[in-house]
Design a binder for this molecule. Structure first.
Ligand code: ADP
Length: 469
């Protein structure tokens, strides 16, 4: 900033008054001389005029210095930047001017420090990932940060909070914090424009700030957290239910065998067969639950070792031949020669092939084909894992079954999701097969796509990264 040194002038009145005051003793002496007839009146007037002018000339520089000093102090008081005046005629007052100059520069430094702190705080508040909304005692918004504006819109200042966030529960909670001065932590939900859950911490300042802020509301979007919580709760409920059903059936048969059917040999054999089936079902379910938990635990360790997919395909096709034969289903293996190795873990990819092919057999029509294909392709699906790839191995399992209606496709791979529960139970599924497949494919940083035409059949395609040596 440019520092200006302004010239100041002594007012004529002030000069006249000062000169008169200083020269008044001389006027008294001269008057006395006239009285004693030592001086004539014209002589006295002449002498006083000389004294008056000389006094004026002598005190002018001092008065000028005082005027500059007054101006300087006034300007500093108004936080203006002016150069310190040169007070050469005012001895100790010059030191005062020096001290004032120091005061001004130290004030400048402090002001800069304060400005820096304020800017830093503003940046901090603005870039905080938490949503911050500050309101006054009337629950009117005074300040917000960027995260708040990203969710609730721009130009929030001045609006009533209830017009911005449609939650009466939150507004009531803020009201109680304003009245009782006791902070609160609450969870609330908004329904518009989409359902969202938030955790809010409401704190009131002991005294409102100069800008009127009395209460600060910090919020976190916990929608996903809640959804995961809900999924976990559903999962536990589903798993317990799935285990309880065969267990209840086994218990029922044991009771019957111990009681009414104690000596009924044919019933005993029949019941034991059912009990074995139910135990198998429980065993399969527990096996699937363990697989799922193992996959979840390892989801972040991506397999990097090479593995031969064609070998796994041949082996699994062989294993499932018996199951296919029961329905007179033909397993057709359609593999490219010289299929490159993929990055993967044999056991897990065998499980993928097993689950997809056994589903195709289970849900395919009797006396139909299940075609298992494997080829290299550069037609990549839209998937985050396919972003940096140009070629992948595509493994497909196609059946000739009823197909899956479109509305079921988005949820098909959720745990325990079934298109037709009665049918699935009849064919003996656990409802976890596709969730396991999805988990394994995710761990391999691959992708999975389902194409289905009702009345024609379904095709699952798994895309896997090629091992480049
Ligand atoms: P399940 O053990 O019940 O088969 P999955 O997770 O393997 O469980 O499959 C989930 C649901 O998806 C099944 O219950 C079935 O309704 C449907 N599904 C899976 N594969 C096919 C398929 N090839 N054809 C038709 N529906 C299928």
């Amino acid at each position: 900033m440019k520092v200006v040194m302004k010239k100041t002038y002594v007012s004529f009145n002030a000069l006249l008054k000062s000169v008169f005051l200083i020269s008044s003793p001389a006027l008294v002496v001269l008057g006395f001389d006239v009285f004693l007839e030592v001086l004539s009146l014209p002589q006295m007037i002449y002498a006083y005029a000389v004294i008056f002018i000389a006094t004026g000339m002598l005190i002018y520089p001092f008065l000028s210095n005082v005027s500059s000093l007054t101006y300087y102090v006034n300007e500093i008081a108004q936080d203006k930047r002016v150069a310190a005046p040169d007070l050469s005629f005012l001895g100790s007052a010059a030191e005062l001017s020096q001290a004032l100059r120091k005061l001004q520069s130290s004030w400048d430094v402090k002001k800069k420090q304060m400005e820096t702190i304020i800017t830093e705080r503003e940046i901090l508040v603005d870039t905080l990932p938490d949503i911050l909304i500050m309101v006054n005692d009337e629950k009117k918004i005074v300040r917000t940060n960027r995260a708040a504006r990203a969710i609730f819109g721009q130009n929030l200042a001045g609006k009533q909070l209830k017009d911005v966030i449609g939650s009466a529960y939150l507004i009531d909670a803020i009201g109680s914090v304003i009245n009782d001065l006791k902070g609160r932590e609450i969870e609330f939900r908004i329904e518009d424009p989409v359902v969202r859950d938030f955790l809010a911490i409401i704190e009131r300042f002991p005294v409102p700030t100069a800008g009127g802020i009395s209460t600060v509301i910090t919020m976190n979007d916990i929608t996903e957290l809640k959804a995961v919580e809900q999924m976990r709760a559903d999962f536990v409920a589903n798993a317990s239910h799935e285990l309880r059903t065969p267990l209840a059936s086994i218990k029922g048969f044991v009771e019957t065998l111990l009681g009414p059917a104690k000596d009924d040999e044919p019933a005993r054999i029949e019941f034991l067969k059912i009990m074995l089936e139910q135990s198998d079902r429980m065993q399969q379910l527990i096996g699937d639950l363990l697989s799922l938990s193992k996959i979840e635990m390892n989801i972040h360790s991506v397999p990097t070792e090479p593995m031969d997919l064609s070998h796994v395909l041949r082996k699994e096709t062989e294993t499932l031949k018996r199951l296919a034969a029961e329905k007179n289903v033909r397993l057709v293996l359609n593999m490219h020669d010289n299929l490159p190795q993929v990055k993967g873990e044999s056991n897990e990819l065998a499980q993928v092939v097993h689950n997809l092919v056994s589903n195709a057999i289970k849900y395919g029509h009797a006396d139909s084909d299940v075609t298992i294909g494997a080829k290299v392709t550069s037609e990549l699906p839209q998937d985050i894992n396919m972003r940096n790839l140009t070629r992948v191995v595509a493994l497909s399992v196609r059946d000739q079954g009823d197909g899956i209606p479109k509305q079921h496709l988005p949820r098909l791979m959720e745990r325990f999701y079934r298109v037709d529960s009665a049918r699935t139970r009849q064919v003996g599924g656990t409802g976890l097969g596709l969730a396991i497949v999805k988990g394994i494919v995710q761990r391999h940083r691959g992708a999975i796509v389902v194409d289905s035409v009702v009345g024609e059949g379904t095709c699952f395609t798994v895309y896997l990264p090629i091992y480049e040596s």
